[in-house]
Design a protein around this ligand. Structure first.
Ligand code: ZN
Length: 344
């Protein structure tokens, strides 16, 4: 198995200043963990490329693209959390475009699965605005590319960042070709992602939110996958799986209050690889979102890369999840999803 990665020092050039948590050194920490990982020979570094205006215009309004372009060469901010440095726009274009390139490489079979280790992150960016450290919605742009340029009709987007991906949900709320599945802490920023938000029109049931109370960890996340995502995915039959891979649900993260471990992220990834083996072999592509304890971030990314490369180590964790009584939040989200999907 060759896992494609996008990884380059230029992604550290989006400079958010000395007091921000979403900083370039996050990527340096990931690099360090990868270099020390014995499996790193399985990684294939893919070339970078910027997203075109056409590719971004599929998911963002022209006014938003102009506003981000207007930050070039300046230190400024687009909302209280979302700051830009002179090269931020250039770097954000490379983040979105290189993820799209990675998806094409997975689609053509050049690589089996992939991980775009890019920043700025994307899942809070809506069609009209930057927010929550995000300029362009990288994963949404990739999903739109897969549908509109490559003709796919069923794209699964899994978002396990501790924050709800309000931007991705918003962009695809009426899009029946995208199944958006999110587990996130609630209450927490940005305050969206209620279990009753299910999609609109023909896309009803295509948004599945599993808000979890603080303190939930590996077992509860796996339950959400096991009892909701897996049976729904088997009916949806995805042709591609995109992952908004944030690691701020890690037990050591300073922004979240969840208890997920690096082994937990590996187990979640293994589940997605299993789904892909049934419906779309080699087509799980992750994009980095949050994750602010840098040591935990490095370990977690390596754990995900290992699972994408085919290491199977987390079966015991999954057995525990299957044997544990279903928590209330998962039961509730399953009941809601069961209005649109056959859940045994
Ligand atoms: Zn986050």
């Amino acid at each position: 198995m060759t896992v494609g990665v996008v990884r380059d020092p230029i992604f550290q050039e989006h400079d958010t200043g000395p007091y921000h948590c979403e900083v370039g050194s996050r990527l340096a920490a990931i690099d360090e963990a990868i270099v020390q990982w014995e499996g790193h020979g399985a990684l294939d570094m893919l070339p970078l490329r910027p997203a075109s205006e056409e590719e971004l215009a599929r998911v963002h309004q022209a006014s938003h693209l102009r506003r981000v372009a207007g930050t070039a060469g300046r230190n400024t901010s687009l909302d209280p959390d979302t700051v830009c440095s002179p090269r931020s726009c250039e770097v954000a274009l490379l983040a979105a475009g290189s993820l799209i390139g990675l998806c094409d490489a997975a689609l053509s079979g050049e690589v089996d699965h992939g991980f775009a280790l890019v920043r700025p992150p994307g899942h809070h960016a809506t069609s009209t605005q930057a927010m929550g450290f995000c300029l362009f919605n990288n994963v949404a742009a990739a999903a739109a590319h897969l549908m509109l340029k490559r003709g796919l009709e069923r794209v699964l987007v899994v978002d396990w960042d501790v924050h709800h991906g309000n931007g991705t949900e918003d962009i695809f709320y009426s899009e029946s070709r995208v199944l958006y599945f999110s587990t996130h802490q609630s209450p927490l920023y940005p305050g969206t992602g209620q279990v009753g938000a299910v999609g609109h029109g023909s896309a009803k049931g295509r948004t599945i939110n599993v808000p979890l109370i603080p303190g939930r960890g590996d077992v509860e996340q796996l339950q959400a996958f096991e009892h909701i995502l897996l049976p729904v995915a088997r009916q949806f039959r995805p042709q591609f799986i995109l992952v908004s891979a944030g690691f701020d649900a890690h037990r050591e993260d300073p922004l979240g209050s969840m208890m997920v471990s690096a082994a937990g992220y590996a187990a979640l990834t293994q589940r997605l690889v299993e789904i892909s083996q049934e419906f779309c072999p080699g087509r799980v592509v992750a994009a980095l979102e949050g994750g602010y304890n840098q040591a935990a971030l490095g370990r977690s990314v390596v754990a995900v890369l290992g699972a994408l490369a085919g290491q199977r180590r987390e079966d015991q964790l999954m057995a525990v999840a299957s044997d544990t009584e279903t928590i209330a939040e998962v039961a509730k989200a399953r009941e809601v999803a069961g209005r649109f999907w056959d859940l045994p």
